[in-house]
Write a protein that binds this ligand. Sequence first.
Ligand SMILES: *Cc1c(COP(=O)(O)O)cnc(C)c1O
Length: 411
Amino acid sequence: MSHVTDLVCTTCAKPVVAGALTCQDDGGTLDVRYDYETVGRVMSPDTLSADRNPTMWRYRALLPIEDDAHLPPLTVGGTPLYAAPRLAIDSGVGAMWIKDETRQPTGSLKDRASALAVVKAREAGAKVVTTASTGNAAAALAGISASVGQENVIFVPDAAPEAKIAQLLAYGSRLVLVRGNYAAAFDLCSAAVARYGWYDRNTGINPYMTEGKKTVALEILEQLEWSAPDVILVSVGDGSIIGGVHKGVKDALALGWIERMPRLIGVQAEGSDYMAQAYESGENVTSKPPIEASTIADSISADLPRDRVKALAAVTETGGAYLRVTDEEILAAIPLLARGSGVFAEPAGAAAYAGLLAAKRLGHIGGDDEAVVIATGSGLKDVASARRATAAETPIHVAPDIDELARALEP
Ligand SMILES: *Cc1c(COP(=O)(O)O)cnc(C)c1O
């Protein structure tokens, strides 16, 4: 039995009928609520330190799962948190850590959400599970589905990076390449859900995705021995990850596992800055119209962030901020992060480090602050961008001849 008490609409605050994924009145995204008293009795920092299960399922008392029957075999979660002292000096902060989500089974943080989606789909006895995605949520759903033999249909923009498409095909998904952007893929996927009754994993629709993603925050806090950092930096497209991080720290605070709330800083690409606009102008995100997003960081390109209500609360309720970085800053951050820490991230993953540099410059982060940067996805997902970012580098190109090598090394 899960310790979920109810699902509550994030826009009208009404409880929702059992089984619905979104609010029956206004279609709002739901928040999953728990009985913290019971959770606190079965799980604590002490029980966790004795728990040998390193995966995200170590937090299952705080997850909406009925039992362990449907947990997929792939190892999701348990990713390293690396101290990055050289990058802390370079960026002028007191301390810095990198949460390395490039190590997830399909190469991005999305595995945390898709793993839970597959569990919920199987609990519901769904024949087919589906999602639209810019690529990583799809790859995650495809990979986790493959691990348990779950049929799935994936909708991605036909301009998605080649590596992501290759991954989907390798995992054996029914792949729909949509002529159009993520918004178009999302709408087509929603129409297919309405027609065929497939289990809907879509971000901003499926409330459990926040719950899966929150495990990244629980891990960060546990790895820091339940001493919250000053800030956590997250790159933001749909806003589901930052909403999940917020949920994780709220859970930990409510359970008394941490003493204070870290500030959450949402990092957006300049060309995909819906949340930064809304944060600055105070516009209501339930009525603010879509923008036309365009950025090299495909994983954070979103005309209309699907989890915008939770994404805004994540920043406003923690005293954080939204900020923008340019595509040039994002590209530059790929080798900076790789060289300073050994973590090779895709553009959307490196964007959070570009955001740390910008946040320091803008005064959102002080010189003594302890900062966690979440590297959300692997650099191998988008090799073309990594090549662009390193285009000025000139490798030594020689015949297999030691004298030619010597001439090149000692010109
Ligand atoms: C999805 C994704 C993001 C952004 O997450 P949202 O929930 O869409 O804000 C950032 N980085 C990577 C690598 C992603 O796949």
